[in-house]
Design a protein around this ligand. Structure first.
Ligand code: GLA
Length: 690
């Protein structure tokens, strides 16, 4: 809902619990008015007449108050927009008009030939913001920087910043600390979203898990990006973010060309960090994730079971075992194509390896289907091994700087997806692959960062950073349209490409290559701050975890850890005993039963994984599921009870595990006891309102 003042210069966007307001002065300065609890248009108009601080020579009255600070004029904050033409640099805009269409507010400004449109759309309590730029002039305009949005927080003391940092196999680590004067910058200059930071920040002053104000911002972009959180000299806080890490050149807009930024979404919540997360989850399920109301199947993935050493019969044998334990989707990972018997060769040649799959993939896919499962396949289309047919034919199709060495990481180079011939090649290869066998699922990987991102012969080579992402999105969109039954998983060496942009065209993500069930609890805890369980793939692999740390853990602990998301199995089932397979079947059956609650329910983080007891609760209608893990019981102390949330205090809840009936108020106030004890123990508790 958008309300507009009579003079057409104050706008109010209204969500169910919050509102957002902005105002255009007579001098065409676009000022932020309000972002927080619901207010009326009259309240916003009253805020609009409050005077700005006066100019004092060294301070700008605009800084910290503008919706979208451009470079130029009396502004000293980091500009959201920085452009130059042959003649001059910076922007001095004049307001053109506003429009509201399908709930989207558009404010149009013009500076000579450049038309700048700011877009606002409220979805639930999430405000989506982005900018579009059109060069209607007859000379080039270089976009040095064009952020999607700048967010302004209300005047408060002692802001705290939370965000997610990490690295390969240790993604989504939650960290928070006081914000101080200056800037905190997170981002990626790697060409993909990155394992190092998820494009999300949260700001609060005194919120707890279930109480208090939390502001959150999340960017929908799968290439390099930057979010800068600034505490300005007068302590006001602004957050600006968009595509690209640097300010040194995003795109050259030729006459007639345009650029649309990614969406930078913002959320205000007064329900603490838990309330904010649930609002983000609800938003993604309603507006971002395709077919989010469908259950995601239990999958098997071959990677940790057979790595590169794969063959049709061996995969068929695994598939039979997977079917026995109740798996619904069988995915053959790396190693099925070209000369791909190790990571040294084959990337780029997307046809089945003739020794391994002499009759192609269809016979295996048919066997998998006959077992009652869907069939999936791994690809890494944006990459090429120098040892491949593709590279031998087209050595110039990769990103490279002329006369410089081509940096290989994992023995591979990055294809220049900005090139139309590369786009067409990938489309043909993947379309043919998906048509060649009954494939239901594609795990789409991206296993190295950009390093030598050059495009010889192109007048503005740096555009490949942005164009790569647009080409990736276009390819995914085209494949989805041509093969509507196929689901896609976003993977980038684990969780290197997780953001609202890729999520709008993939069905789930590979959270991390770290499948250690204990490490996973912390990764999942961070992930849940922004993203829902519905997309968070988690596999049960072998114990001890030889890939990472040799930690041994029970099947129970591994399963309950993975049941907190989209359950998968990635262990070598050929080596599992009958007993283990029987136990696995039990857990898979249990997961299928609780799946609607886990995948579509509201999530409450009851206790964070900090060493002792941790737990997550999911609530959907009358059903509640609690997953709890005990890392280590210390000093013989009793394990604390788990105080549940979101329950009706006057209702009764029956525990499916014990048959006991508890009152909602007691479960919330005193808590639920678990039978957890010792080290690395875990449990699933189901409650139903009666
Ligand atoms: C990446 C993925 C793994 C696996 C391998 C295959 O590392 O994250 O899950 O698919 O590539 O090479």
């Amino acid at each position: 809902m958008v309300d507009i003042a009579e003079d057409g210069r104050t706008w109010l966007l209204r969500g169910p619990n919050s509102s957002y307001a902005l105002h255009l002065t007579e001098a065409d300065e676009l000022l932020h008015l309000h972002w927080g609890p619901a207010v009326a248009l009259a309240d916003a108009e009253a805020l609009a007449v409050r005077p700005l601080p006066a100019y004092r020579g060294f301070e700008s009255p605009l800084d910290g108050h503008e919706e979208y600070p451009v470079e130029g004029g009396p502004r000293f904050v980091r500009p959201a927009l920085s452009v130059r033409t042959e003649e001059r640099r910076g922007t001095e805009w004049a307001f053109v008009d506003h429009a509201v269409e399908d709930g989207e507010l558009r404010l149009r400004f013009r500076d000579a030939g450049l038309v700048i449109t700011l877009h606002y759309r409220m979805r639930g309590d999430v405000v989506e913001r982005w900018v579009s730029l059109v060069n209607e002039g007859d000379t080039q305009v270089e976009l040095l920087r064009a952020d999607a949005a700048t967010w302004t927080l209300p005047d408060r003391e002692d802001w705290r910043l939370s965000h997610l940092h990490g690295r390969w196999a240790a993604e989504s680590q939650l960290t928070s600390g006081p914000l101080t004067y200056g800037e905190k910058v997170i981002g990626s200059r790697r060409g993909h979203t990155g394992h190092q930071y998820l494009p999300w920040v949260a700001l609060d002053t005194d919120a707890t898990e279930e109480r208090g104000e939390v502001y959150g911002c999340a960017l929908g972009w799968s290439g390099s990006w930057r979010i800068a959180v600034a505490q300005l000299p007068d302590a006001r806080v602004q957050i600006t973010g968009g595509a690209g890490y640097d300010d040194s050149g995003l795109l050259m807009l030729e006459p007639g060309e345009s650029y649309t930024s990614p969406v930078f979404a913002g959320l205000w919540s007064d329900g603490g960090f838990g309330g904010a997360s649930r609002a983000w989850h609800a938003y993604q399920r309603a507006y971002v994730i395709p077919d989010a109301d469908r259950d995601r199947p239990v999958l098997f993935n071959s990677w940790e079971a057979t790595f590169f050493d794969i063959a049709e019969d061996q995969q068929a044998a695994l598939a039979r075992r997977a079917a026995e334990i109740g798996v619904e989707l069988f995915v053959v990972d790396d190693g099925w194509f070209g000369a791909r018997t190790s990571d040294r060769a084959g990337l780029g040649d997307w046809t089945p390896n003739p020794d391994r799959f002499p009759r192609g993939l269809a016979p295996l896919a048919d066997q998998v289907h006959a077992l009652g499962m869907q069939f999936g396949i791994w690809v890494e289309p944006e990459m090429v091994n120098p040892d491949s047919e593709l590279y031998r034919a087209h050595p110039d199709w990769v990103q490279y700087q002329p006369g410089r060495k081509r940096t290989e990481l994992r023995n591979q180079l990055v294809l220049n997806l900005a090139r139309e011939d590369v786009q067409e090649y990938l489309w043909e290869q993947l379309d043919t692959l998906l048509s060649s066998a009954p494939i239901d699922y594609v795990k789409w990987d991206f296993n190295r960062a950009f390093t030598d991102a050059g495009w010889p012969g192109e007048t503005y080579p740096q555009r490949l950073w942005v164009d790569h992402v647009h080409a990736l999105y276009a390819l995914l969109d085209r494949l989805r349209a041509a093969h509507p039954g196929v689901a896609f998983e976003s993977c980038s060496g684990g969780g290197g490409r997780i953001d609202l942009g890729i999520l709008s065209r993939t069905d789930q993500v590979w959270t991390s290559d770290n499948t250690d069930p204990l490490d996973r609890l912390a990764i999942q805890h961070g992930f849940s701050q922004i993203h829902p369980a519905r997309i968070m793939a988690a596999w049960v692999t072998d114990s001890p975890n030889t890939q990472l740390n040799d930690r041994a853990s029970s099947l129970r602990f591994r399963f309950v850890s993975s049941m907190a998301g989209v359950l998968g199995v990635g262990g070598d089932l050929a080596e599992w005993s009958e007993e283990e397979l029987t136990e696995a079947r039990h857990w898979v059956d249990l997961y299928k039963e609780i799946r609607p609650v886990v995948q579509h329910g509201e999530q409450y983080r009851l206790r964070p994984p900090t060493g002792g007891l941790s737990a997550v609760q999911y609530l959907r209608g009358d059903e509640t599921v609690v997953l709890a893990w005990l890392q280590a019981q210390r000093y013989g102390e009793p394990v604390p009870a788990l105080r549940l949330r979101g329950l009706d205090p006057s209702a009764s809840y029956e525990c499916r595990e014990t048959g006991e009936v508890h009152c909602g108020a007691v479960l919330s106030h005193h808590g639920l006891h678990t039978a957890l004890h010792g080290d690395l123990d875990a449990t699933v508790i189901r409650l139903r309102r009666i």
